[in-house]
Design a protein around this ligand. Structure first.
Ligand code: PLP
Length: 298
């Protein structure tokens, strides 16, 4: 029977057989994969693992389909999306890439996940940035007022969750991003608890960077995530690591010559600059399947 919101709830529950055994309430940690998505996942794993190089092109297409599906879901361009292993990766990449002096303040909240706190704690240890805090209220207007009071002239970046993993409080991210944009302060929004739970439009939100994952509310494969970098903010991020696939022009031994340090290569001019080496392309095929499955509910 279709529910009042138009989809067949019983069929949706049948696609999640563990619900016969338990009431599953831990989607905010790892979601459970619907059977049709799992079938696509297993097929993609089998195809790539059996075919290796023969299946490489198909696997790569699946990987790019996931990037396109994610970009569509969060309202940005595929070139602005780096595919990562998890939400923590996205925060860690920004923390390791953004040039910040020791006095540059990184303003965050008292309800952040270790995914936010550790990368910035490490950056601070290494002399880049200094953490400062404001506290989250269940009242978004009060959260906003506390945020404004906590901003200092030295505040360079604001890092906030879209939805707190501690209390479920939803932060007034649009208002915070708008305030920051008007004052030249950068914003990084941790969307680990929002993407897949409700509609998220990053362009409308107005953040500079955002991070999220595929394995929570999107009910996609474990170990999949994304980092969004607004196109015009890309030059601000110099990746801490590099390898084949992350450079332009692509690797050519003749170009590197005898002195790779002096060779005229640069990071690729898209968020793909954070991706290098052999990757788990097949897992991402299932991420686009998960997104398309959820989109099917309307
Ligand atoms: C708000 C928030 N940020 C980040 C994370 C970490 O996500 P991941 O394990 O994908 O790095 C979580 C996980 O629970 C979270 O709730």
């Amino acid at each position: 029977m279709p529910s009042s919101s138009g989809f067949d709830l019983a069929a949706a529950r049948r696609a999640l057989p563990i619900l016969d055994e338990v009431t599953y309430l831990n989607t905010g940690t790892v979601g459970i994969m619907a059977e049709p998505v799992l079938a696509a996942h297993l097929a993609a794993v089998a195809q790539y693992e059996r075919g290796g190089h023969v299946a490489e092109e198909a696997a790569r297409q699946g990987y790019e389909r996931a990037r396109a599906a994610l970009a569509r879901l969060i309202g940005v361009e595929p070139d602005e999306v780096a595919l990562t292993r998890n939400a923590t990766d996205g925060v860690a990449l920004v923390a390791a890439s953004l040039k910040l002096g020791p006095d540059g303040l990184v303003l965050t909240t008292d309800q952040e996940h270790p995914a936010v706190l550790f990368p910035w704690a490490l950056a601070q240890r290494r002399g880049r940035g200094q953490l400062s805090f404001f506290s989250v209220s269940f009242d978004p207007d009060e959260t906003y007022r506390r945020f404004v009071r906590a901003v200092r002239p030295a505040t360079r970046l604001v890092v906030i969750s879209h939805v707190s993993c501690e209390t479920g409080a939803r932060l007034p991210v649009e208002a915070i991003c708008s305030y920051c944009r008007e004052r030249g302060i950068l914003t990084l929004v941790d969307c680990a608890q929002s993407v897949g739970q409700f509609g998220v439009d990053l362009r409308q939100m107005g953040c500079d960077f955002a991070t999220g994952n595929g394995h929570k509310w999107l009910c996609g494969p474990k170990g999949t995530g994304f980092l969004y970098v607004r196109a015009d903010r890309l030059p601000l991020l110099e990746p801490p690591l590099v390898g084949a696939g992350a450079t332009a022009p692509p690797f050519d031994r003749r170009l590197l010559g005898e002195d790779p340090a002096a060779a005229p290569w640069d990071f690729v001019a898209s968020a793909r600059r954070f991706e290098y080496g052999t990757r788990n392309l097949h897992d991402y095929a299932a991420l686009s399947a998960a997104i398309e499955y959820l989109e099917g509910f309307g």
